[in-house]
Design a protein around this ligand. Structure first.
Ligand code: GDP
Ligand code: MG
Length: 482
């Protein structure tokens, strides 16, 4: 793989409700980026993203998987996040390293509770959102309902970049009101013909184009002036206006896709590359409040946002290069404890496919194996730099007591639970002296059940859950003599 410069990188996280097609979309993006030459399906248990036994058995994502596509001379990094709030830690850690989010919406359901939950996280973590209305090829696809629920949920931010032609099983076309072109899809592998907008869609296209241009103009004062004078903007001006609006999180452009049939995916990626931010302009705050520019010519620093234990590989640390250029063999230090670490081999990652590279530029995402102190939320940097601000996760919402089924396994069980907690920042394990119980807590029952599954299947340990004891406390309220 060639080394991509900072301006030629995009980092996007896929968020949205469960079953809105994030994993299927990531697969189509990998296909468009020629990382795979056949697309797997969630049902076929052969997507690049859902590559763990638990995910394949349950046909749903529980880990946020880093992936990439090489597309339009851009390294297009994708993090496919789980759609259940129980596993929100995946999306939240991805926000730390991605400039934008793609919010997938099931075009048969419209905006769902899960859509709103993840949109709220994106708000909280300040990430611009691009909306992809998916599943427009399904029997129950309902564009009008989806469009209305989007407006209801997100108000004036919503602006339609496209509308679908023949939504439903015959879905085969998209009218794009940025390019003012009609895309007609001729197979289920992303092939399309581009033409002028057919007469019967011209009025709707014109109306949405006007709304879009006005929205773009609002992004920037100079564009607004030009728009008032001429009532029109060039396509590059529209892009510039949308770029500014996205950065301020005042605009949520809406695209139409079928991830399964690879309809509209290429155009969505093109938009991200043309309009969404690259890491080049960004700065990241350190624990001391300093802003570090994502500048390839600065001293190197990386931030580990995720770790996992993977088959045949052991401990894997996933990071973003926050500044400088990371070279294989680099000797870095953890500014918070002074410990040194050599990164002898570094990789680009698409799920369990890892490609060794010799350097990774500021803004890009990669991984490294078997570090001594490669825990998530850790900065490694050339000497003399500060650690980056730590990630913040929601407090636990579900807790239970846990114990080894066989008392003799207690030590091993404790060790395995700590390993799991180290990988998932929303899982906590602590021994309560007061209750004399080990308390496991997380974001919900599903998250706790995954811990049990992993204990049984990956660590071969039997555990049982118990209700936490109620602490027995009494307050002395009045004086008595006896
Ligand atoms: N017909 C159709 N099915 C889709 C599409 N996208 C996803 N699916 C199916 O919808 C279900 C959920 O998809 P998945 O990618 O796992 O959604 P996620 O939970 O958001 O990652 C799976 O059965 C997919 O095969 C699509 O564009 N069209
Ligand atoms: Mg998924």
């Amino acid at each position: 793989m060639k080394e991509y410069s900072t301006k030629d990188i995009r980092n996007v996280v896929l968020i949205g409700s469960s079953k809105s097609g994030k994993t299927t979309l990531s697969e189509a993006m990998l296909y468009e980026g020629k990382v795979v030459d056949r697309r797997g399906t969630v049902e076929g248990k052969n997507t690049v993203s859902d590559n763990t036994e638990f995910e394949q058995t349950n046909q749903k994502s529980v880990y946020a998987t880093p992936l990439y596509a090489e597309f339009m001379n851009t390294k297009f990094n994708i993090i496919d996040a789980p759609g259940s709030d129980d596993f929100c830690g995946g999306a939240i850690s991805a926000f730390k390293v991605c400039e934008s989010a793609i919010l997938t919406v099931n075009g048969a359901q419209g905006v769902e509770v899960g859509t709103e939950i993840f949109a709220r996280y994106a708000d909280q973590y300040n990430k611009p959102m691009i909306v992809a209305v998916n599943q427009l090829d399904t029997e129950k696809a309902n564009w009008e309902h989806t469009r209305d629920t989007l407006k209801e949920a997100f108000g004036k931010k919503v602006v339609f970049a496209q509308f679908p032609v023949n939504p439903g099983p015959g879905f085969d076309g998209i009218v794009d009101v940025i390019t003012m072109k009609y895309y007609h899809f001729t197979d289920e592998n992303g092939k399309f013909e581009e033409s002028d907008i057919p007469a019967q869609y011209a009025d709707e296209a014109e109306e949405l184009h006007m709304e879009l241009v006005e929205k773009a103009a609002e992004g920037d004062d100079a564009l607004m002036e030009k728009y008032f004078e001429t009532m029109e903007l060039s396509i590059d001006e529209v892009r510039a206006g949308l770029r500014a609006g996205l950065a301020k999180r005042e605009v949520m452009p809406v695209f139409c896709i079928s991830a399964r049939k690879d309809i509209g995916v290429k155009r969505l990626m093109e938009f991200v590359i043309n309009v969404a931010a690259s890491p080049a302009g960004e700065t990241n705050k350190t624990v001391g409040g300093e802003e570090v520019a994502c500048d390839p010519s600065a001293p190197v620093s990386i931030f580990i946002y995720k770790t996992s234990v993977e088959q045949h590989l052991g401990d894997v640390s996933y990071f973003k290069v926050m500044s400088g250029v990371l070279k294989e063999g680099a000797d870095l230090v953890n500014p918070e404890n002074g410990n040194g670490e050599r990164l002898s081999a570094i990789y680009a990652v698409a799920g369990d496919k890892k490609e060794k590279v010799s350097s990774i530029s500021a803004g890009d995402i990669g991984c490294v194996m078997k570090l001594k102190g490669g825990k998530s939320d850790v900065t490694l940097a050339a000497p003399g730099q500060e650690a980056f601000e730590h990630m913040v996760f929601p407090d636990a919402r579900y807790r239970c007591a846990v114990k080894a089924v066989d008392k003799n396994d207690e030590a091993k069980v404790g060790e395995a639970l700590n390993k799991i907690a180290a990988q998932d920042p929303t899982i906590n394990v602590e021994y309560s002296k007061e209750l004399r119980q080990t308390i496991l807590s997380g974001q919900g029952e599903q998250a706790i059940n995954l811990v049990k599954w992993r204990m049984n299947n990956e660590f071969k340990q039997n555990i049982e859950f118990l209700a936490p004891k109620v602490p027995y406390r009494e307050t002395i309220t009045k004086v008595a003599t006896a």
